[in-house]
Ligand binder design. Structure first.
Ligand SMILES: [Zn+2]
Length: 487
């Protein structure tokens, strides 16, 4: 597609939204939007929102390439939670997911679930820019923009509301597909929800900038990242996905710039973790190939002290990826001496040890690190994996029982537990762990099937059998309550 049609596409969306007759355009700039969500609150309670969000994230797990890397997951969630702590009107817990996708996009949906495309890390030049997108999404949630859109639709056509939910969620996840659906029978119905209204966007920007600043980030990250999006839509052949659902007319950028200027200027120190995360993502998950990776590492190699450290880390994990463990060790060992508690380095050194079959070194280092950083999920998963690789399966499953108890929605934990139990011939428990893997991916029937098998294997009247049967009841209940939100 060329330049002009894309521009007119955005204009078309905005016009459609204006046709939607939202009275909020008259709201004074400083005021919040009228809280129509509360009056319509009866249609969607917070508990319902949490249920819808949980249901939807299960299908995302099943269908989309989420990145389950413990380091990156932890990084994104720490960053997100830091913003949530400085946001107002937080009514649900928040969860942040990283999706492997080269298009810039982010979307938030019910239950405080925020999905970030990996391209956001690729194109953000600093952590404040990345944080600005997350802060904007958090604000859509706290201001209940999505709930209001749906409640609005429900008022207009009550019978179609379940379908509306499906299409709006599809729209958030995959704007192009959502647009294709416009030609469907529900066309007129969907037009109003094709994107957030301009008023909603400006409110999310305004509140997002406040959150950003309060959390100690540079508030200019917001307009600066918008500029990246605007440039991409102007000069590249593909419109950033994010602009389909979050329209960006020039006025929005100008408003964000003005808004950011109202906060005192501050110098925000460069984030080391942001640099590590960027390097790790490009090496482990991007499809851009070696030239891009080397360009990034070379740039960092000539940069600040923090950038040089990130470049060294990058060179080490690149060597690990190529199974050149001795060379990787030469780079990483001095870094570990200087930064013994750094989880990025400990994680890479564990890979080196395991690659060289030095399991005891890996296990000892991780145990020591866990004594200092209790319950650190990255270290726990690494230790469980090291036990597993060392064929110490009982130690692995013992640790993973604890881990999955504390992190019940962590797919990786359940998968590893299942494997460790399988190696020990504990068929019933293996099936029960596999059931959790399935349930997390929206496969409730299969999950119940595995648990039923586990129940049959268990001794009649045993505690294990009672546990499997109780879990079957729970999952059936969840499945039933979620079925009303499906198309
Ligand atoms: Zn938005």
């Amino acid at each position: 597609m060329k330049k002009i049609p894309r521009k007119s596409l955005i204009t078309l969306f905005i016009s459609l939204l204006l046709l939607g007759n939202h009275p909020v355009f008259s709201a004074p700039a400083e005021d919040l939007l009228p809280d129509i969500g509360t009056t319509a609150g009866a249609t969607l309670s917070i508990n319902q929102e949490i249920a819808i969000g949980d249901s939807y994230i299960r299908s995302i797990r099943a269908q989309s390439p989420l990145i389950y890397d413990p380091l990156l997951t932890q990084y994104i969630n720490k960053l997100g939670q830091r913003l949530v702590e400085h946001a107002d009107s937080v009514k649900t817990p928040f969860h942040f997911y990283l999706l492997n996708n080269p298009n810039i996009n982010a979307y938030a949906f019910f239950g405080g679930n925020v999905v970030l495309h990996s391209a956001l890390l690729r194109y953000s030049r600093n952590e404040s820019e990345l944080a600005s997108v997350i802060a904007h999404e958090i604000s859509h949630v706290t201001q209940r923009h999505l709930a209001r859109l749906i409640e609005d639709q429900q008022r207009k056509s009550p019978l179609a509301w379940a379908g509306a939910l499906g299409s709006i969620l599809l729209m958030m996840a995959n704007p192009q597909a959502g647009i294709a659906a416009l030609s469907g029978t529900l066309a007129g119905f969907q037009q109003n929800m094709i994107s957030f209204t301009q008023a909603n966007e400006q409110e999310a920007d305004r509140i997002g900038i406040r959150t950003l600043s309060r959390a100690g980030f540079d508030q200019n990250g917001m307009p600066n990242f918008m500029q990246i999006l605007a440039d991409q839509s102007r000069y590249s052949s593909k419109l950033p996905q994010m602009l389909y659902t979050h329209p960006l007319p020039d006025s929005r950028l100008a408003d964000a710039r003005n808004r950011a200027n109202q906060y005192p200027a501050k110098t925000v120190p460069e984030s080391q973790d942001f640099l590590f995360a960027r390097v790790r993502l490009s090496i482990m998950y991007s499809n851009e190939g070696l030239p891009y990776i080397h360009q990034l590492l070379d740039k960092y190699h000539q940069g600040t002290a923090k950038e040089r450290l990130a470049a060294a880390y990058g060179r080490a994990i690149l060597l690990v990826k190529d199974k050149k463990y001795a060379e990787a060790n030469t780079i990483l060992a001095p870094l570990m001496d200087k930064h013994p508690d750094n989880v990025w380095f400990i994680d890479a050194m564990t890979d080196i040890n395991i690659g060289q079959k030095q399991y005891t070194s890996a296990i000892t280092r991780l145990q020591e690190a866990l004594n200092k950083q209790k319950n650190n999920p990255i270290l726990q998963i690494n230790l469980a994996d090291a036990y597993f690789q060392a064929s110490q399966y009982p130690q692995a499953s013992q640790l993973l029982y604890r881990y999955t108890f504390n992190n019940p929605n962590d797919l990786i934990g359940w998968k590893l537990l299942r494997e460790a139990l399988g190696k020990q011939g504990k068929s019933g428990e293996e099936l029960a762990a596999y059931a959790e893997v399935m349930a997390l991916q929206d496969e409730f029937d299969m999950a119940v099937d595995y648990l039923s098998k586990a129940s049959k294997l268990a001794k009649l009247g045993s505690d294990a059998q009672a546990r499997y049967d109780a879990r079957i009841d729970q999952l059936r209940q969840l499945q039933q309550s979620y079925s009303q939100y499906k198309k």
